[in-house]
Design a protein around this ligand. Structure first.
Ligand SMILES: [Zn+2]
Length: 853
C-alpha cells in the first residue's frame, strides 16, 4: 500500500479495490496456466499438415513457410545473408553457373551435378521465402523450374551422371538435398508440380534393390534425410508404399540405431538423429532415446567445452578433444537443423535449447560480420585465423580458418545458406491441440490458425538472448480460445509471466512443478507466496480465451554461472542464460586475396589472449561484473557486444601458440602465475571470432601447477611420411603412453611404408643446445604391422648439413618405455631421428623428447 494512505481513505476506496481485483483475476485464472514437459499428442491440428497414421503424431507441427516474419537481430542476419555471400554466391562460386549446370539442363547433362547447387538452393530459396524477397524467389525459381522439368519417364530427375555415380549404381545423396529444396518450395508456393514429381521419384527409389540404400559413403550415412522427406510426402498423399520404402531405407542404410557408427563431423551432425526420425514409424521409444544417446556419446567424448559443438575438424580423432579443435561450418548448420527436427518430433525443449546454444554462441562466429565470407572451422579457443596449414593440429592441411567468400571451402560456402532461414522458420510451431508454441525466442510476428480456426497474429518483441524479457501481443478478429506454449529453458530456474499486466504466480503449497506430458495443473494465480512459474525444461501453457490486444510478458531471468570441464584439464567457461562468454581479443583483419568486393581475409590477435581467470573461490559466479548496452542491428561483433563481463585474470607466459599458429593446448588447472592481476573483458562467444572460451583457472595453492613453456612450443615437427589417421603432432604433444601398444593417444606412424628408411624432425625457433634424446616406440603386435625399427640414429643440423650425433650412448628399441640416448652436446637449429624399418613391417612413435641435459 502506498505510504501516506489514511485508513479512512483506504476504507473509502476498498469497494473499488475489491472490484479491480475481481476483474483482474479472470485474466489469469488458476486453470489458465499449467506446465507440461511436452504438448499432448492425443488431438489433431487439422489446420496444418500433421503426421498421418500409422505414423506417430509429432509434438509440434511446422507452420507453412511465410507464417513467421522474423524481426530484430535475426532479421538482420537474414538481410546480411541476402546482401552477402549466400544472396550473391553465383558471383563467386563456379558450381552455380546456370548455363553449364547439370541441375539446370533438361536432360540433366553438363557439369556440376553434385551437392553444391542443392546445398546452396536449399537455404537460398528459404531465405527468399522468409524475407519475402522477390528477387531471390525469382532467381531460386529459375533453378527449381529447371529441376521440375527434368523428370524422365522412370521417375529420375536432375543430373544423369548421378544415376550411375557409384560404380554404375545411383549416387542418391545430392538428390536428398534437392528434395529439401522442393519441400520448402511447395510449402511456400503450393506449386502443383512438386508433389507428383516427388512421388514419381520415390516410386523409382522404391523400385531399387534394397542394397542400393547401403551404397556409397555419403548416401548410406545420410539416408535419414530421405526418410524425413518421404514422411513429408506421405503426410501429404497418404501413399502407403512410401512407408515400405522408408523401412527399406532404414534397414539398409548405416545403422545409427546401433550407436555412433561414423565419426565424420557432418555425418554425425545429421546422421545421429536418424533413429529419432524413424521412431515415428517404428514406435519404439528406444529409437528416440538412441538419438539422444548418440548425441551424448559424441559430446561426452569430443564436446567438452562451451558453444554446443564438438571437435570434429573433419573427423573426430582419438585424443583430439582440446577446445582448439573445431567443427566445420556444415557441422554447425546440420546440427541446428537436426535439433529443430527433434524438437518437433519429441517436444523435448532440450533440443531447442541446444539449437539456441549453437545459434547464439558458435554459428555467428563462422562468418564475417557482414556475412560475405566464412571459414571452414570454428573452435571455442581460437586466437588466429590465418590462411596457413594447421595440420595435424586440425585434421586437414591447407587453409581452414581464414575467411573466404568463394570456392575454397566448397561444401560450407553453399551449405551455410540454410542456417538462419531454417532457424527463422522454427521460431513458432503449431501444437496438436490447435495452439501455438514460442519454441525458439526471437523478435518476430507469426500468423497462424488456432483454436476454432481463427487466424491470429502474435507479435513477439524482445532482444533475447541479450535480454531476459519477451513480450507477446495477440491480435485476433474475435475472441478465441487456444493454448499458448512458452518454452522454459534448462538454465532458467525462476521464469515469471504477466498476463495483461497481472503477475501469474504459483501458490505456496501447490506441489512444485513436476510436469508431465498432457499437462499437470501446477500453477495458480490467486494470492499466496510467489513461486517459480514452471521448472526448467518445461512449457508454461497459457490456455485461455484470447482477445484482441491481450498481452503477455515472459521473464526468463538469467544468472551468471561457471562450468568446470574436468575432461579438458579443469578449464572453466562462463555462462549467462543461453550465452557463453569469451575473452574479448583485439582484431586485426588483413586481406590476402579475393577482390575488393569479395575479399579473402585473415584475422590476427591485436591484444594478449593467454589469460587464466582469477575466480572467487567460494562463489565463482561472483567473479564477474555485468554491463549492458543497446543491442545493435548486427550484435555479433566484439565492439557491438550487447553484454560485457569484467573479470580478474593473470597472464600465463607458458601458454603460447604452437608452430602452426594454433592456440597452445590447455594444461591442468589451477595454474600458477606470477604475472600481475588485470581486469579483462569477456563478451558473448557469438560476438568473438577470436576467442578464448575455455579458460585456465589461476591458483596459488599446493595443487596449482606451473605451465612452463611447452616442450613443443614453437618447435615444428615434421616427418618423411605420416599415415592419414595419425599425426606428426603426437611426437611432442606431451601425452605419455601406457605401453608401446597404447592405441588411445595420438601417434605418428609411417604406415603403410614398410621396410623403408624414414625420419622425423624437430626445427627449433632458435638454435639450442641438445645433449640427449628419448623416444617411445609404437608397436601394435596383435593388431597391426607396426614394430620397433631395425635400427636408428640421431642427426643434428650443422648449417645446411645433417651430421650424426657424436659419441652416442645407445640406440635402444625397448618396448613400453622411453629409449634414451646421450651424446656430445651440440648447439643446433634442428634434430632428426633417422630410422630403418624392419623388412615387411612399418613403425611409429608415440612420443619423442630432446633435452640439453
Ligand atoms: Zn562444409
Amino acid at each position: 500500500m502506498p505510504a501516506g494512505w489514511k485508513p479512512a481513505r483506504y476504507f473509502f476506496l476498498f469497494p473499488f479495490y475489491f472490484l479491480l481485483g475481481v476483474f483482474a483475476v479472470p485474466t489469469a485464472r488458476a486453470e489458465e496456466v499449467r506446465t507440461v514437459k511436452a504438448p499432448p499428442t492425443n488431438a489433431v491440428n487439422e489446420f496444418y499438415v500433421s503426421n498421418r497414421e500409422p505414423l506417430l503424431p509429432s509434438a509440434f507441427i511446422k507452420l507453412p513457410i511465410g507464417s513467421i516474419v522474423p524481426r530484430g537481430w535475426l532479421r538482420k542476419q537474414l538481410e546480411l545473408e541476402a546482401q552477402g555471400m549466400t544472396g550473391r554466391l553465383a558471383e563467386v562460386s563456379g558450381w552455380l553457373k546456370f548455363e553449364d549446370s547439370a541441375w539446370a539442363s533438361p536432360q540433366g547433362q553438363g557439369k556440376n551435378g553434385w551437392e553444391e547447387l542443392p546445398y546452396w538452393l536449399k537455404g537460398y530459396g528459404d531465405l527468399g521465402y522468409v524475407l519475402q524477397d522477390e528477387t531471390i524467389i525469382k532467381a531460386a525459381r529459375k533453378w527449381i523450374d529447371a529441376v521440375l522439368s527434368s523428370q524422365e519417364a522412370d521417375g529420375w530427375f536432375g543430373p544423369r551422371a548421378n544415376k550411375t555415380g557409384l560404380k554404375g549404381r545411383p549416387d542418391l545423396w545430392p538428390h536428398m538435398v534437392m528434395l529439401n529444396v522442393l519441400q520448402s518450395f511447395h510449402e511456400y508456393s503450393g506449386d502443383e508440380r512438386v508433389v507428383p514429381l516427388m512421388l514419381k521419384y520415390h516410386q523409382w527409389l522404391n523400385s531399387l534393390p534394397p542394397e542400393d540404400f547401403g551404397n556409397g559413403y555419403w548416401p548410406k550415412i545420410r539416408f535419414g534425410d530421405n526418410v524425413e522427406t518421404a514422411y513429408w510426402l506421405y503426410n501429404r498423399t497418404g501413399e502407403k508404399w512410401l512407408l515400405d520404402l522408408t523401412r527399406k531405407i532404414h534397414d539398409n542404410m548405416a545403422k545409427w540405431h546401433s550407436g555412433v557408427i561414423n565419426w565424420h563431423n557432418v555425418n554425425l551432425a545429421q546422421g545421429f538423429r536418424e533413429p529419432g526420425v524413424f521412431f515415428l514409424q517404428a514406435k519404439d521409444p528406444k529409437l528416440l532415446e538412441q538419438a539422444e544417446l548418440n548425441y551424448r556419446t559424441v559430446m561426452d567424448m569430443y564436446g567438452q567445452f562451451p558453444g554446443g559443438g564438438f571437435v570434429g575438424d573433419e573427423n573426430c580423432r582419438p585424443g583430439f578433444i582440446d577446445p582448439r579443435g573445431a567443427l566445420e561450418t556444415c557441422g554447425w548448420v546440420e546440427f541446428m537443423h537436426s535439433f529443430e527436427m527433434l524438437t518437433k518430433i519429441s517436444g523435448n525443449p532440450l533440443w531447442a535449447d541446444r539449437c539456441e546454444e549453437i545459434a547464439f554462441n558458435s554459428f555467428p562466429a563462422a562468418l564475417t560480420p557482414d556475412l560475405k565470407a566464412l571459414h571452414y572451422l570454428t573452435s571455442a579457443n581460437l586466437v588466429q585465423c590465418d590462411k596457413n596449414n594447421k595440420a595435424p593440429g586440425v585434421q586437414n592441411g591447407g587453409t581452414m580458418f581464414s575467411f573466404s567468400p568463394g570456392a575454397v571451402y566448397r561444401c560450407c560456402q553453399h551449405n551455410v545458406s540454410h542456417g538462419w532461414p531454417y532457424y527463422a522458420e522454427e521460431l513458432w510451431l503449431a501444437t496438436p491441440d490447435k495452439g501455438l508454441c514460442a519454441s525458439l525466442y526471437a523478435a518476430s510476428e507469426v500468423r497462424s490458425k488456432a483454436g476454432d480456426g481463427t487466424t491470429v497474429k502474435i507479435t513477439e518483441e524482445t532482444d533475447y538472448p541479450f535480454s531476459e524479457t519477451i513480450s507477446f501481443k495477440v491480435s485476433t478478429p474475435k475472441p478465441v480460445r487456444f493454448p499458448l506454449y512458452l518454452r522454459i529453458p534448462r538454465w532458467c530456474q525462476k521464469p515469471a509471466l504477466k498476463v495483461n499486466g497481472q503477475e501469474v504466480v504459483r501458490t505456496a503449497g501447490v506441489s512444485p512443478a513436476e510436469p508431465e506430458a498432457g499437462g499437470t495443473p501446477a500453477v495458480r494465480s490467486a494470492g499466496g507466496t510467489p513461486a517459480a512459474l514452471a521448472g526448467p525444461l518445461s512449457y508454461a501453457v497459457v490456455d485461455r480465451e484470447w482477445k484482441d490486444g491481450d498481452g503477455l510478458e515472459l521473464r526468463l531471468p538469467m544468472a551468471l554461472s561457471v562450468r568446470t570441464w574436468a575432461k579438458n584439464k579443469n578449464s572453466v567457461s562462463v555462462d549467462y542464460g543461453p550465452l557463453s562468454f569469451a575473452l574479448k581479443i583485439g582484431e586485426k583483419w588483413r586481406r590476402y586475396g579475393g577482390s575488393e568486393q569479395w575479399p579473402e581475409l585473415e584475422l590476427f590477435p591485436d591484444t594478449p589472449w593467454n589469460y587464466g581467470l582469477v575466480l572467487d573461490e567460494k562463489d565463482p559466479a561472483k567473479s564477474f561484473t555485468l554491463s549492458r548496452k543497446a543491442v545493435a542491428a548486427q550484435p555479433f561483433t566484439p565492439d557491438a557486444a550487447p553484454l560485457e563481463l569484467q573479470a580478474k585474470a593473470r597472464r600465463i607466459p607458458g601458454w603460447q601458440q604452437d608452430g602452426t599458429g594454433l592456440v597452445g593446448k590447455l594444461r591442468p588447472s589451477p595454474v600458477k602465475s606470477a604475472e600481475p592481476e588485470e581486469t579483462v573483458t569477456l563478451i558473448p562467444m557469438g560476438c568473438a571470432r577470436l576467442r578464448i572460451a575455455s579458460f585456465p583457472v589461476i591458483g596459488a595453492g599446493p595443487d596449482a601447477q606451473e605451465w612452463a613453456a611447452a616442450a613443443g612450443a614453437g618447435v615444428r615437427a615434421s616427418a618423411s611420411h605420416c599415415f592419414g589417421n595419425d599425426t606428426v603432432d603426437a611426437l611432442n604433444d606431451g601425452l605419455l603412453p601406457a605401453s608401446s601398444g597404447d592405441r588411445n593417444i595420438p601417434r605418428l606412424t609411417w604406415w603403410d611404408h614398410q621396410g623403408t628408411a624414414e625420419w622425423v624432425q624437430y626445427d627449433f625457433p632458435a638454435p639450442r643446445e641438445v645433449a640427449s634424446s628419448e623416444v617411445y616406440w609404437f608397436d601394435d603386435t596383435g593388431h597391426g604391422d607396426c614394430r620397433v625399427p631395425q635400427s636408428w640414429k640421431l642427426l643434428y643440423k650443422d648449417v645446411n648439413e645433417w651430421k650424426p650425433a657424436e659419441n652416442p650412448s645407445e640406440y635402444g628399441t625397448k618396448l613400453d618405455s622411453f629409449n634414451r640416448v646421450t651424446f656430445k652436446p651440440v648447439k643446433t637449429s634442428a634434430v632428426r631421428l633417422e630410422v630403418q624399418l624392419k623388412p615387411n613391417v612399418s613403425g611409429g612413435i608415440l612420443e619423442w623428447r630432446v633435452s640439453d641435459k
